[in-house]
Design a protein around this ligand. Structure first.
Ligand SMILES: NC(=O)c1ccc[n+]([C@@H]2O[C@H](COP(=O)([O-])OP(=O)(O)OC[C@H]3O[C@@H](n4cnc5c(N)ncnc54)[C@H](O)[C@@H]3O)[C@@H](O)[C@H]2O)c1
Length: 445
């Protein structure tokens, strides 16, 4: 065994390797924890000094990562965090977990990967392994990150190793977590794949090598496109069945009884989270460079993106049925988080629903026990505080829109004094059961 692999494997086997993780967000923080819990020393890098300070205090800023777990990791002395990128030189492996958002015209924004690549290149040393984890289009690791790193004068293969390993974090999921979710690994060469597989095998139960970084990058996109397209399909069917007076939720429940060849996806108010609304467009953009159209991706994007508007139309219809106008109505939106029981509001369709309701002249409030105060996001600044989860408070609104299926919203008693409920998540109907009469008027959206 020669080249940069020599020595690296030895340090992995002795667990003396130091793992640097650039980006301490929803992906980087849990990843750092599993390496630390496997006995390795971890250095977390972030530009955000507040996150670095929180880690140093043993505090967690991600709700599903308990404070106790974070405090335990820091107390071992093996988990530290810093804004000082010179400490990259201490690391045997550097894992990149920085954001990959979309620009204003839905174009990929790989600038975070590029700036991280340049920071690493300034300190790159022989024998290091660099792994990109951020979701991106095929070719980023080979064609963009590799040249940035080689600007250091070191050569990939001869001096350092490079791989792509996509993150499959699903915030709030209980049946799988970072350690038990299989990890794909594709190196730019064989030695890189071997090194990265050996490293991840210390911290995750199953590592799945693939033949190249491009395959690993593409597999991650396939996983997310699969979800986006299927969600768009049920969102479209929801609109069609609604016109026919058929309950889409009952239809899905019925179809789900088929034990093979069917997988249930559920409609909703639009896509949310860091992945599904954004990642498919990375491939659509790259496909254009190759003279191809990603029609399924674009169509799914179009249908899913229209959903907040559909929800607002249903609110207007529901109010109209009670001889009220949306203009001037008091509307309460339940849930800022993009999915149930998490404190993650990234790309949440609730913000767009709130803004569309305001545009139509409604007076809007929200209720979300995970967000006592609405934060300013990249795109929105709604300047509101949460209304309490309370029947008396709910009864003061002309309409309540269920945008997130938080467990707190499943109590039928909350809706007894409400005239109109517009439910995008099938929360209120099942909670009320078959016994309710008249109030609230329930509209599915
Ligand atoms: N959140 C998920 O569920 C999830 C799942 C799978 C994949 N991903 C992918 O993982 C990547 C990271 O996502 P995330 O959810 O952890 O994002 P995040 O916004 O939670 O965290 C990113 C962190 O990187 C930091 N950062 C930004 N630029 C930096 C730089 N140049 N140097 C150091 N730190 C920097 C930010 O301050 C932030 O703390 C993205 O590509 C995303 O698509 C996310």
């Amino acid at each position: 065994m020669g080249g940069p692999l020599h020595g690296f494997i030895d340090r992995i086997d002795k667990r003396s390797a130091v793992v640097g993780i650039v980006g301490q967000g929803y992906v980087g923080l849990p990843l750092g924890l599993v390496f630390c819990e496997a006995g390795l020393r971890v250095v977390g890098f972030d530009l955000d000094a507040a996150k670095v300070e929180a880690i140093s205090r043993g505090d967690s800023y991600i709700q599903h990562i308990g404070r106790e777990r974070m405090a335990c990791a820091v107390a071992t002395g093996r988990y530290s965090a810093t804004t000082d990128f010179d400490r990259l030189a201490e690391c045997d492996a550097i894992l990149i977990c920085v954001p990959t958002p979309l620009g204003r015209h839905r174009e990929p924004d790989n600038s975070y990967i590029h700036s991280t690549g340049r920071e690493i290149a300034k300190r790159l040393r022989r024998g290091q392994l660099v792994v990109l984890e951020s979701t991106t289009y095929p070719g980023t690791t080979d064609d963009e990150l590799r040249p940035l790193l080689e600007a250091s004068g070191l050569r990939c293969g001869a001096d350092f190793m490079l791989a792509f390993s996509p993150e499959r974090e699903d915030p709030g999921r209980r049946d799988f977590h970072t350690r038990t979710t299989p990890k794909l690994v594709g190196g730019v060469d064989e030695a890189s794949t071997r090194a990265a597989c050996r490293l991840y095998a210390l911290a995750v139960e199953k590592v799945v090598p693939v033949s190249s970084a491009r395959v690993a990058e593409s597999a991650k996109l396939l996983e997310n496109i699969f979800r986006s397209v299927n969600i768009a399909l049920v969102n479209e069917l929801k609109v069609i069945f609604d016109r026919m007076g058929i309950d889409v939720w009952e239809v899905i429940k019925a179809a789900e009884t088929k034990p093979f060849g069917f997988m249930a996806f559920y409609p909703g108010p639009g896509l949310g989270g860091h992945c599904i609304p954004l990642d498919p467009f990375y491939l659509a953009w790259k496909a254009a460079e190759h003279g191809e159209w990603a029609r399924f991706i674009e169509l799914a994007g179009e249908i899913n993106t229209r959903m907040p508007r559909y929800v607002v139309e249903k609110v207007a219809e529901g109010l109209n049925a009670g001889r009220k106008a949306l203009n001037g109505a008091r509307v309460l939106v339940l849930g800022l988080a993009y999915k149930a029981d998490v404190d993650d509001d990234r790309e949440s369709p609730s913000y767009e629903i709130i803004e569309l309701l305001r545009e139509a002249g409604a007076e809007v409030a929200y209720c979300d026990p995970h967000f006592p105060v609405a934060k300013k996001t990249r795109k929105h600044d709604i300047q509101l505080r949460s209304v309490p989860v309370d029947a008396e408070a709910f009864s003061r609104f002309d309409a309540v829109v269920v945008a997130t299926a938080h467990r707190e919203f499943k109590d039928a008693a909350l809706y007894r004094g409400v005239d109109l409920v517009v439910d995008t998540r099938n929360v209120v109907g099942p909670a009320l059961g078959g016994s309710w009469t008249g109030k609230p008027h329930l509209v599915r959206a």
